[in-house]
Design a binder for this molecule. Sequence first.
Ligand code: F3S
Length: 274
Amino acid sequence: MKIELAENYGFCFGVKRAIKIAEENRNSVTYGPLIHNAKEIQRLDSDYKVGLTEDISTFKTGDKAVIRTHGIPKAELELLTDKGVEVVDATCPYVTKPQQICEEMSEQGYDIVIFGDEAHPEIKGVKSYAANGAYVVSSTDDLEDLKLKDRIALVAQTTRKVEEYLQIANYLIPRHKEVRVFNTICNATFENQDAVRKLAKRADVMVIIGGKNSSNTKQLYSIAKEYCNDSYHIEDEKDIDMSWFDSKELCGISAGASTPDWIIQKVVTAIQNR
Ligand code: F3S
């Protein structure tokens, strides 16, 4: 039986990059969780002595602070630098981009509108770069009562859907003289979904790896199941039943955005060695 991994699976570019940065900076401390994956954070702690703190006041001069993929507010970054903390920035470049746009556009006098979730760390960070403040909206309803100027710059949280972003842009454009719309959406999660769809159409059996409560893994599993009836959602190699592969020719494998590569590798090896 042939085993084939989906074209895109598991951790996105920004998360892989952040983990590599953390691994290269032993004995550092991340300010806030580096990524949304507890097992991986534990592994970084035990294998690389990369700790975690939520309290910025614990950093002292000479400490090494790793900035999480979602980024942090500008004032906090300045506080760390002023304290003489060595800052290692693992902010995903797709998050740095809207931060820069907010900073530049705000300086140029544009009103900043951010489509996203105000409580999300990414948006707290992005918003902080707008020197004159920014409006965070989650739907067109939120726009109705805003007193916006004629020049508006619009950015979106990286994980938002394009269709919903367009609704915001469509609302603003006819009502204002100048609306600059920046495409700051990152396609990583959608790429994993497209890839699983493509592979499941050809495979005889599909194995989807990820936490049982991981919503994006469940989504991948339901897409796989739609095209390949013999699809299974497992957390790790211990969940495999080898009879799934009897008289099958192609086994497709994918994994959720929070599944570390080492778990995926163990599954592939177990199936290969059956
Ligand atoms: Fe990942 Fe960065 Fe996109 S962290 S989901 S590549 S914004």
